[in-house]
Write a protein that binds this ligand. Structure first.
Ligand SMILES: NC(=O)c1ccc[n+]([C@@H]2O[C@H](COP(=O)([O-])OP(=O)(O)OC[C@H]3O[C@@H](n4cnc5c(N)ncnc54)[C@H](OP(=O)(O)O)[C@@H]3O)[C@@H](O)[C@H]2O)c1
Length: 286
């Protein structure tokens, strides 16, 4: 599919990912409608139907992303993360549009020892994960022409994120303590935006894909790289355990996603997290 002159709807367009998807599509010459939450509430069925009517592709970047709040307010999170994707999927099917739906590593239990395949059984351990898993199923049930793209450990220029927090703390303190027993794939929103566009461009078969960087690292290891980028000594970052940092919702210990489906579709996965961080850092930390 030719990106220039194609018509796109990006929901949650003011979010961290939505902003990069919108910017990339515009730079590629696509016609993009990019409503904020105030302009298009994805839980409003009539508004969703009207917004999807005249587009070729919908990218759903809208989500309830407050993982801890979801524990107390699961029904509200479910409305945004599961009911709204169903509305978007139904509207996309009726309009003959493709739906790209962004999901998360939190659909998995996080207790694996090797990368999760796209077909691995979901077993969410948190309210947020349950709502996102339900959203995936709603999309599959309603829109045969879907691309469910799971991502993880997102950071970007247009929202609060882990590297920004660590950079601020590294400037304020002499030493940092960061969990070393949670492993994942730090992923730049600009890289995920690029992957989404490449999947659509390649007319990838409908299905579930993993949109994360390659390789794997702990939060501790990632922080060492962030600190190094700032010209500081990575020895200032000490390791700790998740047990020492109790949280309202469990964080998956092992959130590494495999990229077999991308390779099978002939779409290049995102590069190694460390190489991508080097490219991303000036923009993200600006
Ligand atoms: N961040 C991560 O580390 C991470 C990891 C794995 C997967 N993901 C997934 O990646 C996707 C993008 O996440 P992100 O980091 O870009 O999140 P984000 O910055 O929180 O963006 C989400 C956007 O959705 C909007 N939104 C919430 N409820 C809405 C509604 N009812 N109607 C319309 N818009 C609504 C939010 O608006 P308000 O700000 O006004 O509420 C926000 O602009 C999500 O599907 C998320 O689950 C993220």
């Amino acid at each position: 599919m030719k990106i220039e002159d194609s018509r796109w709807l990006v929901t949650g367009a003011a979010g961290m990912l939505g902003t990069d998807v919108t910017d990339l599509l515009r730079s590629r010459g696509a016609h993009v409608v990019a409503p904020t939450r105030q302009e298009l509430d994805v839980t409003d069925a009539a508004a969703v139907t009207a917004a999807v009517r005249d587009v070729d592709v919908v990218v759903n970047c809208a989500a309830w992303t407050a993982v801890y709040d979801a524990e107390e307010r699961e029904a509200e999170a479910f409305t945004v993360n599961a009911v709204a994707p169903q509305l978007l999927a139904r509207a996309a099917r009726l309009a003959g549009a493709r739906l790209v739906h962004v999901s998360t590593d939190y659909v998995f239990a996080g207790d694996a020892t090797r990368p999760y395949a796209e077909s691995a059984a979901v077993a969410p351990r948190s309210a947020y994960g349950r709502t996102k898993a339900a959203g995936e199923w709603a999309v599959r049930a309603e829109a045969p022409d879907h691309l469910v793209v799971r991502t993880a450990w997102l950071y970007g220029a247009h929202g609060p994120c882990f590297p920004k927090t660590m950079a601020r703390l590294a400037a304020e303190r002499d030493a940092l303590t960061v969990v070393a027993d949670q492993v994942g794939q730090p992923t730049w929103t600009a890289d995920l935006a690029d992957l989404v566009v490449r999947l659509v461009e390649a007319q990838a078969p409908a299905g579930t894909y993993h949109g994360t960087s390659s390789g794997e690292v702990s939060w501790h290891g990632f922080t060492e790289e962030i600190v190094r980028t700032l010209g500081k000594d990575p020895a200032m970052v000490g390791p700790t355990t998740s047990e020492a940092f109790p949280r309202p919702a469990p964080r998956p210990a092992y959130s590494v996603l495999g990229h077999e489906a991308l390779l099978a579709a002939g779409v290049e996965p995102i590069g190694h997290w460390a190489e991508r961080w080097t490219v991303a850092a000036p923009e993200v930390l600006a």
